[in-house]
Design a protein around this ligand. Structure first.
Ligand SMILES: Cc1cc2nc3c(=O)[nH]c(=O)nc-3n(C[C@H](O)[C@H](O)[C@H](O)COP(=O)(O)O)c2cc1C
Length: 226
């Protein structure tokens, strides 16, 4: 399989990417896949100009000549796309959002109405065979609402993708927390193996991967140094 990973963390040692890396090792355990990791922060990707020139061209490319067209080519030829990023202000980091905004060359102006009343643009080609997975880390402990807006956006933009929203991810880069971080990384590796075999994740696996590493109160106490 061809796997495109869009790493949206701006950091060299990304907490979230540690999870994604473990997941990829699991995916590659029984069979080596073709993995293409794009570190988005290293790319030259301008914000969308809103000109809709892409809809006039209708060739799956953006009129801006920068690195986004290479991503669009990879996007269309992938079997699996993994969006890996830290939660920033309840959404995705702005440089990754620019990548998402500039996927509009992959849709057309023409609108279609779903049976449930939702309206979407028609796709430029049949992308229904591409499997999307979102891996989102964050700095807060688990609390209702922290991931609500990113879940809603991803569900609409990526048509209900598999999604892993993981709290307390800074613990993954703290050596003293290895006792709780390593088991989570092992679970991500096992989940990658499951995903490579089935291209889906069971509700139980998702619950295990999203479970906090330590209790909320303990996490807050540690952050606050109390
Ligand atoms: C600009 C900025 C905004 C952030 N917003 C949130 C947020 O809304 N919710 C949250 O839980 N953590 C937030 N965080 C914390 C990061 O998600 C957290 O540190 C994460 O582990 C970083 O992952 P990375 O190492 O993969 O970049 C924010 C961090 C930054 C720098």
């Amino acid at each position: 399989m061809k796997i495109l990973v869009l790493n949206g963390s701006p950091k060299k040692k990304s907490d979230t990417f540690r999870l994604t890396d473990a997941f990829l090792r699991g995916m590659n355990k029984n069979q080596e896949h073709e993995v293409h990791v794009v570190h988005v922060i290293e790319k030259n990707i301008a914000p969308c100009r809103g000109c809709f020139g892409c809809w006039e061209r209708a060739d799956g490319h953006c009129v801006i000549a920068d690195d986004q067209n290479e991503i669009l080519d990879l996007y269309q030829s992938s079997d699996v796309i993994i969006w890996s990023f830290p939660l920033y202000c309840y959404g995705m980091p702005s440089h990754l959002k620019a990548v998402l905004d500039r996927t509009i060359p992959l849709i057309k102006m023409r609108m279609v109405q779903e049976a449930n009343g939702a309206v979407r643009h028609e796709a430029l080609a049949d992308f229904s065979k591409i499997h999307t997975l979102v891996i989102c880390g964050c700095g807060f402990p688990n609390w209702d609402g922290n991931f609500d807006s990113i879940r809603t956006m991803c569900n609409i933009c990526f048509c209900n993708p598999d999604m892993l929203c993981v709290p307390e991810t800074p613990l993954l880069n703290i050596p003293a927390a290895a006792v709780v971080a390593d088991p989570l990384l092992a679970r991500f590796k096992a989940a990658g193996e499951e995903y490579a075999a089935t291209l889906s994740l069971s509700a139980q696996t998702v619950a295990e991967l999203e479970a906090p590493m330590i209790p909320k109160e303990e996490y807050i106490r540690n952050v606050n140094g109390a």
